[in-house]
Design a protein around this ligand. Sequence first.
Ligand SMILES: [Zn+2]
Length: 430
Amino acid sequence: MALLFKGGRVVDPAVGLDEVADVIVRDGRIVEIGPDLSIPKGVTIECAEKVIVPGLIDIHTHLREPGFEYKEDIVSGTRAAAHGGFTAVCAMPNTAPVCDTGSKVRFLVERAAAHGVVRVHALGACTVGQKGEALAEMGDMVAEGAVAFSDDGHGVADSGMARLVMDYAKQFGVAVISHCEDLALVGKGVVNEGAASTILGMPGWPSAAEETMVARDIALAELTGCYVHLAHLSTARSIELVREAKARGIAVTCEVTPHHLFLDEGAVTLDYDTNMKMNPPLRTAEDRAALVAGLKDGTVDAIATDHAPHASHEKALEFELAPFGTTGLETALPLVVTNLVATEVLGWGDVVRLMAHGPRAALGLQPVRLEAGGVADLTVIDPEARVEVTPDFFESKAGNSAFLGTSLLGKASEVLVEGRFALRFGKVVD
Ligand SMILES: [Zn+2]
């Protein structure tokens, strides 16, 4: 069946495209892009006042399956992804059991292919059980489809082991995603060390606990020649370290999350809202400004959600006991449109760079471009759509959003995965 996307603003800087045009899709491929196109029969999708971009990808998603299906699973997580405008996600391996063998990667890949609403790329663990003691079966995992490695959740503490991980990852030509956290420096820290920890009377988590590991992993990237991708950077100095490393030609990339971009430590107020408890913690207004500057000048390669669903009874604990993280898949795009595009901090080409091309390039994934012959993975965005972030807004099983109660502007109306609707009229298609 042919699809005609009519009269949208088609934006893809990778092919020099930013103009009002029509897009024809057939048999999972983009057939033609141009003015005044028509199809003899098929479905026409009116896209006037909408923006058509290459399919967005989130390279940092916790799908929680297997082991934590009460928080999220492949079906609910990929439904949330489609609802948020994503055509693909990368699933973090800190499940139970940890995804650290080829057969566990195959389980995820096969289940996601059968039951997922959008594409799911598997990430394998760096070390067995993410314990940091022995190398995981990296070769087997790559053979089964793992696209990168990460001990996300805490990182690889031992520098010798981190080097070994990178030496091996380099042999397989895949990236290592580094969760930069010096556990000894963090200690029992739960909020940014400084004003937040002093005012709230809770253990502080210093910026240095991130920056020492950013510096270490940049040094190890230089030593090993491995592609290193730094996850969820939160401080101004981290961004500066990446800027310096890139200037020196080191193969390092990085991501920032919407919650670090759009919230600061002031969001953790005396009502101790556990939805504001993050790893790494929300930082200062100056740090936030540095992350935005990094988005603009190309130091930051990707906006990634770190979608971290939890059950309500888990987040209902005291602040110091509650788990870290916020959901993110369904609010990321509306937050970016509201806070960066509508305010003209970024253009639509930047959104494509940071949410489609940059993240795929960082992990060496196949690029997705709006061009004839290209795979039909695309996202249609209505920049004027109102999004009220209420508990019933979510497709995710989890409601632990740091943005509950906010009113945003801009939402995906259609998501197409290889020519098939995952989202239509703003609703998830099974
Ligand atoms: Zn992490």
